[in-house]
Design a protein around this ligand. Structure first.
Ligand SMILES: Cc1ncc(COP(=O)(O)O)c(C=O)c1O
Length: 384
């Protein structure tokens, strides 16, 4: 039996790295995980309590496709609390993670062959999901002077039907400020491209508050998730905000593709939104880790990176050390016992010379990881 050509997507290299780390652990080694893109913490305690209570009295069957009305209302309220944006809850659609929202948004907005701009480096699955849907991902090679975010000039002559941005971004952690976001929204509108903003790392920001595209325009799709700030990766629940006249279009696709996001996860997500204290405590850990990373990586000899504004990653240019980030990551795992992600996942062109370090785990792990990286680099320097 043949496979479709559009099914020929690339593997997520970080998964291969995780597997190599797992094998090393199985063989009895102690590995520090700086490759992971998820919190080490679980869902907030009250979220689990709320679900435990609900399990006693509810069969937790399908919800309506757009999500539990109370959750949609509570998400709309968050936009008032976080950004002072007055959002109609009818525009909020609960999805199976932001990954589910990508499928829904790309299907709702684009026709086969349409060209969608994505920043490189960027989250790898944008490219692969677009390909699998028969769409054409267009890599925008971002510049270090723009902190590896796309700018309006990058859209010229690209014949784009869509533009996808992420702020804070994975793998860089850099953000678009209000002016930069507005400039991209205007540029996308001028070339007739639909604007999608991936805001999954909102809430995890260190210097300034992240800007939502909804502060600037209603004519966009905004995608978010309970995976990162709310620390609920495995629960597979996220959301998207769409223009009013797109709700019914997305609803029909969601009914057919997913029926609904997991009911139990929606119950837990609603309660998680009241767990500010616990979530802020998680954020305090990332803050401490970020400071350690910025200093520690430089001391170790990884000096070329922009300090992250948000998320929990540092994306370092290591092109002075290697042009094969995959082999270099394997060497670091082997010799230092630290698992890191090669940049090739995020940027097929320049990623051979970059690494992503995650600081989503405990502060003790970060300290130990940095000590190991420092020893590794010193030994490498002495050997070479
Ligand atoms: C930028 C970005 N968007 C989306 C996702 C997918 O998240 P979810 O768990 O909501 O599907 C990730 C996961 O790491 C990510 O980094």
């Amino acid at each position: 039996m043949r496979n479709s050509t559009r099914s020929q997507v690339d593997p997520f290299i970080v998964m291969d790295v995780m597997e190599a780390a797992r094998k090393a652990e199985e063989a009895g080694r102690h590995i520090i995980h700086m490759e992971v893109g998820q919190p080490g913490t679980g869902a907030p305690k009250q979220a689990m309590q709320a679900l435990a209570g609900q399990l006693q009295q509810d069969a937790l069957g399908y919800t309506v496709a757009l999500g539990l009305p109370a959750l949609r209302r509570r998400i709309a309220q968050l936009y008032g609390e976080w950004y002072n944006v007055d959002l109609n809850p009818e525009r909020v659609i609960v999805t199976p993670g932001s990954s589910g929202a990508f499928l829904l948004s790309f299907t709702a907005l684009f026709d086969s062959g349409d060209r969608v701009g994505i920043g490189a480096p960027g989250y790898p699955s944008y490219r692969q999901i677009l390909k699998a849907l028969g769409l054409t991902p267009v890599d925008i090679q971002t510049a270090p002077e723009n902190r590896l975010q796309p700018v309006a000039a990058d859209l010229v002559g690209q014949d784009l039907q869509g533009l996808m941005v992420a702020s804070p971004a994975n793998p860089t952690g850099t953000m678009l400020d209000h002016a930069a976001m507005r400039s991209l929204i205007d540029a996308a509108r001028d070339v007739g491209a639909s604007f999608i903003s991936d805001e999954i790392y909102h809430g995890l920001e260190y210097e300034a508050k992240a800007v939502t595209a909804l502060e600037i325009t209603d004519d966009c799709y905004v995608i978010n998730s309970f995976s990162k700030y709310f620390s609920m990766t495995g629960w597979r629940v996220g959301w998207m905000v769409v223009p009013e006249d797109h709700v019914r279009v997305v609803e029909r696709i969601a009914q057919n593709m997913f029926i609904c996001a997991p009911h139990a996860s929606q119950v837990a997500a609603l309660a998680a939104m009241e767990c500010e204290e616990e979530l802020q405590a998680n954020l305090d850990v990332y803050k401490a880790n970020r400071t350690l990373m910025i200093d520690g990586l430089k001391q170790a000899g990884f000096t070329n990176f922009a300090p992250p504004d948000g998320a929990f990653y540092v994306y370092a240019d290591v092109s002075d050390l290697t042009d094969d980030s995959r082999a270099f990551a394997a060497e670091i795992l082997e010799k230092a016992g630290v698992s890191v992600t090669p940049g090739l996942d995020f940027d097929p062109v320049r990623g051979g010379g970059t690494l992503r370090f995650s600081y989503a785990r405990s502060t003790e792990d970060i300290q130990e990881g940095l000590a190991r990286l420092t020893r590794f680099m010193a030994d490498r320097g002495a050997a070479g």
